[in-house]
Write a protein that binds this ligand. Structure first.
Ligand code: TGC
Ligand code: FAD
Length: 401
């Protein structure tokens, strides 16, 4: 079977990238163009440096403006607010290509778009949208999303962070933990309880007295993404910084629907990068006088990788269609996030094994992807929590507590 087929006038290699079922036929010209431009950007601006950033535990802050310039922030937000005005499949492709480079870089982009711009767009006042969205879209501002607390991760409804109405302002106390982008963020979307225990979103800005963002050190995962805490010690929040459009736990969970969708595509990007590396290495590396790719055991690994990637691509594409129609349920998104991360983790491990000893070095991307994916399988709802969301959907019986 030849490797090169004609798709929309372009010769493509069905095994590199890969696109075994010619799923490009399902994409519009605009989506193909967006994917190509993000892929080029990642090749030029991320791939040559990512290993060094990760080895040093360095967050390349200059990437924020560059992401803004290429439209990686808020692709589905209307252009009138600085967003891309694109559909969810285009958004998925952007996340896929960025995470092909590195999950930590995708984290930076998906937090900004789905967890900061989305709640401001969906629940914010006109004044909040006008003030924050264009700056977040361009990368002039970096944002973060504070839901998780030291003692409340999988069960955010138990959060302790709270605020009191003090007449002309609110007084915010508490803390958040494991917050992507926190140490460098200009604005944090913070979920906190009012005096009745109802959850609201507040926009907390860098420089507000009593607000600090200590960095979390010592991570073996997502080393090019900065992670930190959000600490609120009697922070005075102007009343106009409360998101007026929605309250209750449903508000942050709606944001998570959008971000988890992006991860479904993103994790597959990491899987594709590992598969590409493994296929190349299997054809180059000789043992016993032959390429290791000629041995059945290695072919089995590659064949299973391609099978899982292809099934997941179809799943993501269909989910994207449902997102575009506003018909995707939380459980359907959970299935896709859970599937993609598991597929990616398995592929990263198998691809590393195909590389033998070389696979543990930074010369190849698998070990970095594998370590990154250990965060991806935990954040935005752990693998177990997504299984329980599916279990509740199937049986009608929530088994969370
Ligand atoms: P539960 O009783 O199920 O729901 C509470 C209320 O919310 C409503 N709701 C939704 N509304 C809109 N959209 C959704 N998707 C919704 N899901 C639920 C629900 O109807 C209910 O409304 P009401 O009016 O009856 O009160 O909530 P629960 O407390 O039982 O929790 C369910 C559970 C465990 C599934 C949920 O809390 C959960 O998903 N936990 C996981 C936590 C999580 O994912 N945290 C992520 C933090 S952010 C992050 O990790 C970013 S990493 C980013 C990066 O770096 O890329
Ligand atoms: P826990 O909730 O303590 O869970 C520990 C274990 O118990 C898990 O295996 C879990 O599956 C299991 N478990 C929990 N409850 C149940 C149950 N009912 N049934 C069965 N098993 C259960 N959060 C944010 O708000 N914003 C961010 O930007 C953000 N970025 C992150 C970046 C990184 C690098 C990481 C690692 C995390 C980030 N998080 C963020 C936090 C992330 O969402 C949480 O780590 C995640 O939701 C799990 O919470 P936890 O770590 O407290 O684990």
């Amino acid at each position: 079977m030849p490797n090169d087929f004609q798709t929309k006038g372009k010769a493509v290699d069905l095994f590199e990238s890969p696109d075994f079922y010619v799923l490009d036929d399902l994409l519009t010209e605009e989506q193909l163009l967006i994917r190509a431009s993000i892929r080029e950007f990642v090749k030029k601006e991320i791939s040559p440096y990512i290993e060094q950033w990760c080895q040093k535990g360095h967050f390349p802050y200059e990437i924020v403006r560059k992401f803004g310039d290429i439209g990686a922030f808020g692709p589905t937000i209307p252009t009138s607010y600085g967003g891309g005005g694109l559909d969810y499949i285009a958004y998925g492709l952007i996340m896929q290509e960025i995470e092909r480079g590195d999950s930590g870089m995708r984290s930076t982009a998906s937090v900004q778009g789905s967890l900061v711009m989305y709640p401001i767009y969906a629940f914010g006042s006109e004044a909040q949208k006008a003030r924050f969205l264009p700056k977040l879209a361009s990368g002039e501002y970096l944002g973060c999303f504070g839901l998780t607390e030291p003692d409340h991760g999988s069960n955010p409804s138990g959060m302790l962070t709270h605020f009191k109405d003090e007449g002309d302002h609110y007084l915010l106390n508490g803390s958040k933990m494991w917050i992507s982008n926190a140490p460098k963020a200009d604005v944090a979307v913070v979920w906190a309880k009012d005096e009745t225990g109802r959850i609201h979103g507040l926009l907390v800005e860098r420089g507000m007295e009593g607000f600090s963002t200590p960095e979390t050190h010592g991570k073996w995962s997502l080393r090019a993404s900065c992670t930190g805490e959000l600490v609120f010690d009697n922070v005075k929040i102007p009343k106009e910084n409360l998101l007026p459009g929605k309250s209750g736990l449903g508000a942050p969970l709606m944001c998570l629907d959008s971000a988890r969708f992006g991860i479904s595509w993103g994790a597959l990007g990491a899987a594709m990068d590992c598969y590409d590396a493994a296929r190349r290495y299997a054809l180059e590396r000789q043992q016993f006088g032959k390429p290791i790719g000629s041995f059945q055991l290695q072919q089995k690994k590659l064949a299973e990788m391609l099978t899982e990637i292809t099934k997941s691509q179809l799943l993501n594409w269909k989910l994207g269609k449902m997102m575009n129609e506003g018909k995707a349920s939380t459980a359907q998104i959970s299935l896709a996030k859970r599937n993609a991360v598991e597929v990616a983790l398995n592929i990263a491990r198998e691809a590393r094994q195909i590389h033998g000893g070389m696979g543990i070095t930074g010369e190849y991307p698998m070990m970095r992807h594998m370590m990154n994916l250990e965060s991806v399988v935990t954040y935005e709802g752990t693998h177990d929590i997504h299984l329980l969301i599916l279990g509740a959907e199937i049986t009608g019986i929530p088994a969370f507590s």
